[in-house]
Design a protein around this ligand. Structure first.
Ligand SMILES: C[S@@+](CC[C@H](N)C(=O)[O-])C[C@H]1O[C@@H](n2cnc3c(N)ncnc32)[C@H](O)[C@@H]1O
Length: 400
């Protein structure tokens, strides 16, 4: 059964959330946002069914099989296919289309009946009527879905599919405050900074600043709360030159009156000091949906710790996994990226690639030496009632 909720129910949930979320965090979680999130989840599920048909997975899973047996039977490239196929099977199990039974040698999956025929276009139309600003997220998912079979068979890498020059425009539209799906990450992150940062002069360094939408939302929020005057420097950093250029252009056009913006390349997987970051020189490190693609999270967190002055803060806004096997809709896209699927693992705080759970963020930050790790909103206290509330900021301090 579809999990799409009607607007009245979404508005009821929005009111329920507003009563428990911190006042600064709750505004983006409107009824429209909540309904749109369920529509997008359904859209991605329908695209997944199309991939099952196109690749032969639908037929292969008629026989009870483990993940590896399925991958071998349809001739996928195991190194690439394990994570996304596992994700698709979990998504379809959750929806009751595939049955999952625990057996020796790992869970076995079996199609429960006929694979349902569900048209993604219906959902796209419902979304258009609800809120057209989600369109870039639909275009991205649809584009990726077309190339999924070639990716799973090992004919093309995910990076080629996602970042070919002709597709960069898709990212400009996706990582944007005009994209109803993406903007919430930036609003929650900006609200968390204002909430967690003591009012005092601040030197900010953003990691993976991309196309600048996170920085723009943060600077807007600092201005709104009368704190923009505290900013001594905003060092916007990014790895990919195209994103960096576009991010810089966007920020300079939007904030022509500020003199504190600085731009520089930074690879969070390499020592910061050798990239020009003076140890102890930063009072806030900020990142939106970036740290989960660090190759070795522990080493990146230690670099951040070293860049911070004593008493300095780290604030990250991240998509958060609220249950260990939860399949989050946006992973459908990012599972194509090697850096997303296969970071250096750690048994406690990095048991798998992709997004982290609240406890994993806490242990990872504490292991790197941070104290006062705090999550905004407090997802652990929300997740029983709102298992799909998956956006949160995590703040931590380098002891003074
Ligand atoms: C979710 S995006 C951030 C989007 C950004 N907040 C915006 O508004 O456009 C994550 C960013 O991390 C960057 N990134 C990926 N690997 C990186 C690395 N090793 N070092 C620094 N940045 C990296 C990506 O290029 C991308 O721009």
């Amino acid at each position: 059964m579809s999990e799409v909720v009607e607007l009245a129910e979404a508005e009821r949930r929005s009111r329920e959330l507003a009563a428990i979320l911190p006042a600064r965090i709750s505004p983006p979680f409107t009824g429209t946002f909540i309904r749109s999130a369920t529509l997008y989840d359904e859209y991605v599920l329908r695209l997944t069914l199309g991939i099952f048909r196109a690749t032969g997975l639908a037929k292969a899973v008629q026989t009870p099989s483990t993940l590896d047996e399925l991958i071998a039977r349809v001739g996928f490239e195991p190194g690439r296919a394990r994570v996304p196929v596992d994700w698709m099977l979990r998504r379809l199990s959750h929806r009751g289309i595939v049955e999952q039974s625990d057996a020796e040698g790992g869970p076995r999956f079996r199609l429960r009946g006929e694979l349902p025929e569900l048209d993604p276009a219906e959902i796209l139309e419902a979304q258009r009527q609800q809120d057209g600003s989600w369109q870039p997220s639909y275009v991205l998912a649809e584009t990726v879905a077309q190339d999924y079979p070639a990716f799973l068979r090992g004919e093309r890498t995910g990076e080629e599919i996602l970042f070919s020059p002709s597709r960069l425009r898709l990212w400009v539209n996706f990582f944007s405050n005009d994209n109803g799906l993406y903007v919430v990450n930036n609003l929650v992150g900006a609200a968390a900074v204002v909430e967690l940062l003591p009012p005092a002069p601040v030197t900010i360094m953003e990691l993976g600043g991309g196309l600048g939408s996170g920085a723009a939302a943060l600077l807007d929020e600092l201005r709104r709360s009368g704190r923009l005057g505290d900013v001594r420097e905003y060092r916007f950093t990014e790895l990919v030159p195209f994103f960096m250029r576009r991010g810089q252009q966007a920020l300079e056009a939007r904030f022509p009156d500020v003199s504190f913006l600085k731009f520089g390349a930074l690879d969070m997987n390499r020592p910061f000091a050798e990239q020009g970051i003076v140890p102890g020189s930063v009072s806030l490190v900020y990142a939106v949906n970036t740290l989960h693609v660090a190759r070795d999270l522990d080493s990146t967190l230690r670099e951040i710790f070293g860049a911070l002055a004593p008493g300095g803060r780290l604030v990250v806004s991240e998509c958060i996994r609220t249950a260990p096997t939860q399949a989050i809709y946006i992973e459908f896209i990012f599972n194509l990226m090697e850096t997303f699927r296969s970071p250096v693992l750690h048994p406690t705080y990095r048991p798998n690639g992709g997004f982290l759970a609240p406890e994993e963020w806490q242990s990872a930050m504490e292991a790197a030496g941070f104290v006062e790790v705090r999550m905004l909103p407090d997802i652990p206290s929300l997740r029983a009632r709102f298992p799909h509330f998956q956006v949160g900021a995590v703040g931590a301090t380098r002891r003074g």
